[in-house]
Design a protein around this ligand. Structure first.
Ligand code: 13P
Length: 250
């Protein structure tokens, strides 16, 4: 049985006080969510410690949205993997399309980030996904395959077992346009096939999340697909009721 995960990527939203309140609201509603659905929240760096405190004793796990590609030292503005662990994180999102697009993250940087996250005991939520032009040109399979091969194929099977994948088509992020369940299932199955070509049967154990305009009205249909093991939720994770409704719809 693959682990089911519904993760909220808060991106650059909320003040510390708002974020702590959101975390408390989620904890208060947690009993509505089936116990086999694992919840994760990824607040901004500034919120990690107080949100960890608000989540204490609950089954909601804490994630960062990024981590440094260096272990420590003179890298102004960066936050290292071991710091995230010391702040209470169990996960970190890596390779989100916004980081690739706006901050120039490359596969080489992501190899370093993933390695450091894993060395420090953090589970990476590694994001892949094509841009609209790439899908229109019929290149989405090649793009996603390269994103997987370039960053994950150097890992050992033991390391890979701790990685979660998130497929997030860039054209669906924050646009209100969701991939249809057929489009999403097709590429999730493809991702599993690519992983199997390197890691064999382990590919069946890897959790693959869908992200991109996932909301209470479409989550159930997406989560019902054979190779979709949950969601990485942006906008709808900022409202406790919506995030819980998505998790409940599993
Ligand atoms: P939206 O749910 O706002 O489309 O964002 C998806 C996303 O990028 C999650 O990482």
């Amino acid at each position: 049985m693959r682990k089911k995960i519904v993760a909220g990527n808060w991106k650059m939203n909320t003040t510390v006080a708002d974020g702590v309140q959101l975390a408390k609201d989620l904890v208060a509603k947690l009993s509505e969510v089936p116990s086999d659905v694992n919840l994760v929240v990824a607040p901004p760096f500034t919120h990690l410690c107080p949100v960890a405190e608000a989540l204490k004793g609950s089954r909601i796990a804490l994630s960062a949205q990024n981590c440094a590609d260096q272990p420590k030292g003179a890298y102004t503005g960066e936050v290292a993997a071991n710091m995230l662990v010391s702040a209470g994180c169990a996960y970190t999102i890596l390779g989100h399309s916004e980081r690739r697009q706006y901050y120039g993250e490359t596969s080489a940087t992501l190899v370093s980030k993933l390695g450091l996250a894993l060395e420090n005991g953090l589970k990476p939520i590694y994001c892949v996904g094509e841009m609209l032009s790439e899908r229109n040109e019929g290149r989405h399979f090649d793009v996603v395959k390269a994103q997987l091969e370039e960053v994950l194929f150097g890992l050992s099977a033991d390391q890979m077992a701790n990685v979660v994948i998130a497929y997030e088509p860039v054209w669906a992020i924050g646009t209100g346009v969701t991939a249809t369940s057929d489009q999403a299932q097709e590429i999730h199955a493809f991702i599993r096939k690519v992983l199997a070509s390197k890691f064999g049967a382990l590919a069946e154990e890897i959790t693959i999340l869908y992200g991109g305009s996932c909301k209470p009205s479409n989550a159930a249909e997406l989560f019902a697909c054979k190779d979709i093991d949950g969601g990485l939720i942006g906008g709808a994770s900022l409202k406790a009721d919506d995030f819980i409704a998505i998790a409940k719809s599993y």
